[in-house]
Write a protein that binds this ligand. Structure first.
Ligand code: GLY
Length: 251
């Protein structure tokens, strides 16, 4: 699917107050803004028109915009984030997509974060994680099946979201942690050395793959597959459990 647009939200000055389990120290806000600009530049290099919004300081995690909605050709499926502190992030997103998608909602008791949803061709892999429960996953599965997609539920372990630990380079090749390689034995999953598992979250856009800077085995693997890569510095987002995928919505 050729992507044309991305929506991002800049980190707010209280970004460091967001949720994190990373234990990597507090992020430097000025550096986070610079890394966010580098990210937007990479999205443009990959061919996308980038819509840049300010973040919402009521929600210090609001730059992780991908968690708020799952987009299909016809629907904007507004999530119900698993962290209660993030639920209000969805309102602005629903208002925006109402102009060009049918708006549907994940309903309580379901919870779902967009970071747990990986679309590969006609299949949606849906992670069951600390943020996405079975009720939320089943609601999403039912909705996307109406549009003809297949679904697979995947238990998430050792990382925040499904996409934190699994990337589809294309419809045949994946990069992931050993957990996901074991859960999905029918897929070809390249498992990098453990110290490079952060790069199991990389971002395919059209002919490009955005990879976090400083993870050579992942970059070398995808280069061997013939993919063009763009390195993006991500240290300040890594400190807040964020990755390349959750910083934007693409369509
Ligand atoms: N800091 C991103 C999240 O925990 O949702």
């Amino acid at each position: 699917m050729q992507l044309t647009h991305a929506l991002v939200r800049r980190p707010t000055s209280n970004f460091a107050a967001g949720l994190t389990t990373a234990n990597l120290g507090s992020p430097d806000y000025t550096l986070a803004l610079a890394q966010h600009q580098a990210y937007c530049t990479a999205l443009r290099q990959a061919g996308l028109q980038v819509i840049e919004w300010e973040g919402d300081a009521q929600y210090p995690d609001s730059c992780f915009v991908e968690d708020t909605v799952v987009l299909t050709p016809h629907m904007a499926i507004i999530t119900r984030p698993g962290a209660a502190s993030r639920r209000g992030e969805t309102l602005a997103i629903a208002n925006y997509f109402a102009a060009f998608r049918q708006i549907v909602h994940i309903e309580a008791p379901g919870t779902l974060d967009g970071g747990d949803v990986l679309q590969v061709g006609h299949t949606f892999f849906i992670g069951l994680s600390e943020r996405t429960n079975e009720a939320g996953a089943r609601q999403l599965a039912e909705l996307v099946q109406r549009e003809g997609f297949h679904t697979r539920l995947v238990p998430v372990h050792g990382v925040l979201h499904l996409k934190t630990g699994l990337t589809a380079i294309d419809t045949r090749h994946f990069v992931g942690t050993s957990w996901f390689a074991e859960q999905l034995p029918d897929l070809e999953v390249f498992v990098p050395p453990q110290e490079e598992w952060y790069a199991a979250n990389s971002l395919p856009i059209n002919d490009w793959l955005l990879v976090p800077s400083g993870f050579p085995s992942v970059r070398n693997f995808v280069t061997r597959l013939g993919k063009k890569t763009i390195e993006v510095p991500m240290s300040e987002f890594q400190k807040m459990d964020g990755g390349l995928t959750c910083l934007s919505l693409r369509w």
